[in-house]
Design a protein around this ligand. Structure first.
Ligand SMILES: Nc1ncnc2c1ncn2[C@@H]1O[C@H](COP(=O)(O)OP(=O)(O)O)[C@@H](O)[C@H]1O
Ligand SMILES: [Mg+2]
Length: 311
């Protein structure tokens, strides 16, 4: 559905994206992850024909986005990071206007606008002025706008940014639902969101793709970021020193919580040191109130990939 080859964009004096290569298959929900300034919006704007690339090429549904931009755009609904909306238009009026602008035939406009209002939960605000809507509703208007001409591909740039947790959940459910019938490229900085909604993830950093895989495989690669937590009273022992002697333990950091010591152990890949920790604690007569293993999250993957030197 999307094919990107050696896509590069330079702004005056600065390279925003460099030699990007990736594909998004029909029906996929692809997450696009990266720190601020990584080049996510730049990539999405280029794919949506909002600005040209410096070099490289990309196709959408087989159409070259530069040479066959009209055909490519007919397949694509784009929701930019800051949805430009007309504050003094009413919701229905705005969507009617956008539908016409995007070439929806006149006789179909009211049906299509009715459908997207339904889908995006906009019925109850359809007569309101856009300027009077909450941020959550404005995002939904942006989404309805992206959907109104029945594209099979959606490019959504941070669709949940600025929303509260309830609104995030609603928009996330909506996206998941849309994913049943659309191909989606979705950028976000909210990592659990990606784990919950995306079939694959691209991690981009400083304009380059650092990883592209399923969330499960990415997590598998960095098991090391999982660790063990021990909270104990260790008397006069040097707990961290003792714990470091356990085979498979790479590093131990210690902090305190009142009279308890909290040890965070980083362990080698695919090792479970909890049994050894338990034995040590028993042998040294430590009082233990917690011994647990923390599973790696996509956040660990993200940190490891985008800050390889950070410990
Ligand atoms: N219009 C522009 N002019 C110059 N530099 C820009 C422009 N837009 C973005 N950039 C730069 O390009 C890089 C990528 O930005 P962007 O694509 O917005 O990243 P992201 O969406 O991942 O936060 C950043 O370093 C940013 O400062
Ligand atoms: Mg951005």
């Amino acid at each position: 559905m999307i094919k990107v080859e050696n896509l590069t964009k330079r702004y005056a004096g600065q390279t925003a994206i460099q030699d990007l290569n990736f594909e998004v298959g029909k029906g996929e929900i692809m997450g696009f992850l990266g720190p601020n300034g990584a080049g996510k919006s730049t990539t999405m704007r280029i794919l949506s024909s909002f600005m040209p690339a410096t070099s490289g090429r990309a196709t959408i549904a087989g159409f070259d986005i530069f040479e066959q931009s009209l055909q490519a755009r007919a397949h694509l609904g784009y929701m930019p990071e800051n949805v430009p909306l007309y504050n003094d238009m009413r919701v229905t009026e705005y969507l009617d206007y956008r539908a016409a602008l995007k070439g929806v035939p006149h006789r179909r406009v009211s049906e299509r606008v009715g459908d997207v209002k339904e889908l995006c939960g906009l019925k109850e605000v359809e007569k309101k002025l856009i300027g009077a809507l909450s941020k959550g509703y404005r995002q939904r208007v942006g989404l309805a706008d992206a959907l109104v001409h029945e594209p099979d591909l959606l490019i959504l740039d941070e669709p949940t940014s600025g929303l509260d947790p309830n609104q995030i959940r609603q928009v996330r459910d909506l996206i998941k639902n849309l994913g049943k019938q659309h191909t989606i490229l979705l950028s976000t900085h909210i990592l659990p969101e990606v784990e919950m909604t995306c079939s694959r993830v691209i991690i981009i950093n400083k304009g380059r793709i650092e990883a592209c895989d399923t969330p499960e495989n990415l997590l598998g690669q960095i098991r090391t970021a999982g660790g063990v937590v021990l909270e104990a009273k260790v008397g006069s022992d040097d707990g961290a020193e003792e714990l470091r002697k356990i085979a498979g333990v790479r590093d131990v950091t210690a902090s305190t919580d009142g009279e308890w010591e909290v040890f965070a152990l980083r362990v080698e890949a695919n090792t479970d040191v909890r049994e050894e920790v338990f034995r040590l604690a028993t042998a040294r007569r430590w009082t233990v109130r917690e011994l647990s293993q923390r599973k790696a999250t996509l956040e660990d993957v993200f940190v490891e990939i985008t800050h390889p030197d950070a410990e």
